[in-house]
Design a binder for this molecule. Structure first.
Ligand SMILES: Nc1nc2c(ncn2[C@@H]2O[C@H](COP(=O)(O)OP(=O)(O)OP(=O)(O)O)[C@@H](O)[C@H]2O)c(=O)[nH]1
Ligand SMILES: [Mg+2]
Length: 259
């Protein structure tokens, strides 16, 4: 799949890289960006899921990326249809009115949702969780308007990086070797940024990640039949899925991200 995506990048006039605004740095693929640059293609960064974080923070990221790296950047919320006009105008400006664009990015960043928002009609399939029904399986062409065509691509699978990065980048939850370990890493990451977010989101008070997963399993009624213990594997998977669905809300500032 990656080879195919590279071939379509070469055929495009503009590459739109879609990031999750909660984790702009970790959802960027420097490897693909380098490929885009090497092939002298134009790149536009879109921070999606902008509804989840304050607009001042989105502005900071936009400024940071544009000023430090010279890559045009905009932010939107595909599902709430916020910023789609700005995106459409930016695309038109960059391709000078007409051409072919390609949407790339890790799974679940919202590539298909953005295409639907631009079309105003739902035709690209979207899904809540990595690899669940509706995720994009092949490269598909959509017409945005009379002069603009867009290719939707499947999230670059397998996401690379360490275990935490792979989880944030949308690795398939059902294929994780140890979902509890994965959830632990994600919980630690989020706690390091904002201690109250899990307590507020789940209305659960907990002492550590295992306690959290146990209480979540009990709350949802997930009990193992044989041992009658809380099913923490199930809770861990549900938690990671909630993350991808945008239920867990936190943000980072560009100045706090270690480069
Ligand atoms: N809150 C919020 N959720 C969004 C937004 N855009 C997409 N989502 C949600 O994120 C999930 C993934 O969206 P998709 O559009 O399927 O993502 P994708 O990048 O096409 O995913 P793949 O095809 O698997 O690579 C869905 O549950 C969407 O509803 C947004 O702007 N805000
Ligand atoms: Mg898709």
């Amino acid at each position: 799949m990656i080879k195919q995506i590279l071939a379509y990048i070469r055929k495009s006039d503009l590459v739109v890289e879609v990031l999750d605004a909660r984790e702009p740095d970790l959802t960027r693929s420097k490897r693909l960006e380098n490929y885009v640059m090497e092939n002298q293609k134009k790149l536009l960064i879109v921070l999606n899921k902008g509804d989840l974080i304050p607009v001042e923070v989105l502005e900071k990221w936009k400024k940071f990326i544009e000023e430090n790296e010279g890559i045009p950047t905009i932010y939107i919320s595909a599902t709430r249809h916020l910023g789609t006009k700005v995106l459409r105008e930016k695309i038109k400006e960059l391709i000078e009115g007409e051409g072919k664009i390609i949407f790339i990015g890790y799974p679940k960043t919202g590539k298909s949702s953005i295409i639907n928002a631009l079309k105003g009609r739902h035709s690209a399939t979207t899904s809540k969780h990595p690899m669940s029904y509706g995720y994009t399986r092949s490269i598909q062409l959509f017409r945005i308007d009379n002069r603009i065509f867009a290719w939707d691509t499947p999230g670059i699978i397998p996401p690379d990086g360490n275990e935490l990065e792979r989880i944030i980048r949308g690795a398939n939850v059902d294929k994780l070797e140890d979902p509890v370990r994965g959830a632990k890493l994600l919980i630690e990451r989020i706690e390091g940024i904002d201690k109250s977010v899990l307590r507020n989101t789940y209305k659960i008070d907990y002492s550590n990640y295992l306690d959290f997963l146990e209480k979540l399993a009990l709350k949802r009624g997930w009990i193992l039949k044989t041992s009658h213990e809380p099913n923490i594997d199930e809770a861990a998977k549900a938690f990671i899925r909630d993350y991808h669905e945008g239920k867990i809300i936190y943000y980072l500032l560009p100045e706090n991200v270690n480069k």
